[in-house]
Design a protein around this ligand. Structure first.
Ligand code: FPP
Ligand code: MG
Length: 328
């Protein structure tokens, strides 16, 4: 079987030249004359990830026949915002490794990571003001507000084992699916375009982004750091009650529920993730969460099927499946 990197590169072939343009724009945006800052931006450039959100701008543009000369810049802006959110997120999570490289808060410190995240975010908006349409700035300003609200809500719901599944999805929708949704909407309608088509693709992106976050939450419980390339078990360490844990908690009796709460909260538990596995059926919770992710991807695929068949739409289909099968 092909490595997931090669499989992804093959899926992105219909937009390969535009992906290269997006990467060139991104690199140019993070150039800075300050040696200290350029040391840091070189570092984050090394943790270039899958760039799924940028790819979605480009693929959705192609699949809807809406590609413009500015789509590569829109994709770069989406990726810059994503990068800024990850730099900040790693501070919040106290994470150490991201994409097999030390997190900024680890390599330097939290203060630097706050400032570097702000720098990347500022670069994204500076670039968006150079575009011919304000749609990108407007939509992404709104998206950034939404993802901050999601992060704040998530923080206030730590250790909330009674959280409803709908509330979990609302938060995951805000913090993660919002940027996927915006990427697909911008691809389909930037610089203005067909609002109905934009709304349809935004919904496909929302379903995909939610599935991505659910898979992410499962991997945080099941993966090893060497495979995933980032710190694992941070959700349990930080008190985040994710979908697989909610399912495992709901399926447990009173005694096991108390033990789950203890695994999250008792002082001096050396490995909270391992403690959780020891007291409940985490795998059954993961299986239920994965089934929900599958259903969400099916909904996204149904929307995709309303587009005329093309190489780009077939690639998007593969990308949607990739989100479910990824192990990093
Ligand atoms: C990853 O979640 C985090 C996000 C999807 C969003 C984080 C957003 C912020 C911290 C707000 C930043 C705002 C600005 C303006 C830059 P996760 O922790 O579940 O995923 P992970 O496993 O990849 O860390
Ligand atoms: Mg995180």
């Amino acid at each position: 079987m092909k490595g997931s990197k090669a499989a992804l590169a093959e899926l992105l072939l219909p937009v390969a030249p535009e992906m290269e343009r997006m990467r060139a724009i991104l690199s140019a945006q993070i150039l800075e004359s300050s040696p200290a800052v350029s040391d840091m931006t070189d570092h984050v450039a090394r943790f270039q990830g899958k760039q799924l959100r940028g790819a979605l701008v480009l693929l959705t543009g192609e699949a809807t026949g809406n590609t413009t000369d500015e789509h590569a810049a829109v994709a770069a802006i989406v990726e810059l915002i994503h990068l800024a959110t990850l730099v900040h997120d790693d501070i919040l999570d106290g994470a150490e490794v991201r994409r097999r490289v030390a997190c900024v808060n680890q390599r330097w410190d939290n203060q630097i990571a706050v400032l570097l995240g702000d720098f990347l975010y500022a670069r994204a908006f500076a670039l968006s003001t150079q575009l011919s349409s304000r749609l990108c700035s407007r939509l992404l300003a709104d998206t950034t507000r939404t993802l901050c609200v999601g992060e704040i809500e998530q923080s206030t719901r730590r250790f909330d084992f009674e959280m409803s599944l709908a509330d979990y999805e609302k938060i995951a929708g805000q913090k993660t699916a919002s940027l996927y949704s915006a990427a697909c909407e911008l691809g389909a309608r930037y610089p203005g375009g067909n609002q109905e088509l934009g709304a349809r693709m935004a919904e496909a992106g929302r379903c995909l982004g939610l599935a991505f976050q659910i898979v992410d939450d499962c991997l945080d419980l099941t993966a090893r750091e060497e495979e995933l390339g980032k710190t694992v078990g941070t959700d349990v360490e930080d008190g985040k009650v994710t979908l697989p844990v909610l399912h495992a908690y709901r399926a447990s009796g009173e005694h096991a529920r108390a033990a789950i709460r203890d695994a999250y909260t008792q002082p001096d538990v050396p490995d909270r993730r391992a403690a959780l596995f020891a007291v409940c059926d985490v795998s059954a919770g993961v299986a239920e969460a994965e089934a929900r992710a599958r259903a969400l991807v099916d909904s996204a695929l149904e929307i995709l099927a309303t587009l005329p068949p093309s190489d780009a739409s077939r690639s998007m289909e593969g990308l949607f499946q990739f989100v479910l099968s990824r192990n990093q």
